[in-house]
Unconditional design. Structure first.
Length: 159
C-alpha cells in the first residue's frame, strides 16, 4: 500500500491528492464526453438552450473550456502522484467514477430539471432519457464509492 516514506508519513494527504486528481479528471472526462457526443455529434442540445443558436454555441465553448481545465488539473495531480510513487490505482479509479457520476447526476438533476438550461433530448417522452442518464450516474457513484471506501467484513470466529 505504501511505496515510499512520503506515502507512509502522509497517508491521508496521499488519499486526498489521489481523490482530487481522479475526481477532477472524472468530471472533465464526463463533461468532455457530454460535450462531444450530445452537443456536437448528435446535436441534441447546447449547454444553454434558452436563447439563440449563437448563444448556445458560446455556452458550449465555455463548457468545453471548463471540462479541459478540470481534466488538465486532474492530470497534473496524477503526474505528481506518479512522480512520488504515491498513486493508488483502485482509489484513483473509484474517484474517477465518483467525479464522472457526480457530474452526470448534477447535470441531470440541477441543470436539466431545476435550472432548465437544457434537456438531454427534446422529445415527447424525455423521462426515458432522464432515467437512463441519472441511472448511469448513480451506478457510477455506487461503484466509485465501493472502490474508494471498501466495506470491511467481519470474519465469524470458529468455536
Amino acid at each position: 500500500m505504501y511505496s515510499n516514506k512520503w506515502n507512509k508519513l502522509n497517508g491521508s494527504a496521499v488519499l486526498k491528492k489521489n481523490l482530487w486528481s481522479s475526481i477532477l479528471f472524472g468530471i472533465g472526462l464526463a463533461a468532455f464526453i457530454d460535450e462531444t457526443v450530445f452537443h456536437q455529434l448528435l446535436r441534441w442540445h447546447h449547454f444553454y438552450d434558452q436563447s439563440t443558436t449563437d448563444v448556445g454555441l458560446i455556452s458550449d465553448g465555455l463548457f468545453h473550456a471548463f471540462s479541459w481545465f478540470a481534466t488538465i488539473g486532474g492530470l497534473f495531480l496524477l503526474a505528481d502522484l506518479r512522480r512520488r510513487s504515491a498513486l493508488w490505482m483502485k482509489k484513483w479509479w473509484g474517484g474517477l467514477l465518483l467525479g464522472a457520476g457526480g457530474f452526470q447526476f448534477y447535470d441531470g438533476i440541477i441543470q436539466h430539471k431545476l435550472m432548465r438550461l437544457h434537456q438531454i433530448r427534446y422529445v415527447e417522452n424525455v423521462i426515458v432519457y432522464d432515467l437512463v442518464w441519472n441511472g448511469l450516474a448513480v451506478i457510477m457513484i455506487i461503484i466509485g464509492m465501493t472502490l474508494v471506501f471498501p466495506v470491511k467484513r467481519k470474519v465469524a470466529k470458529e468455536s
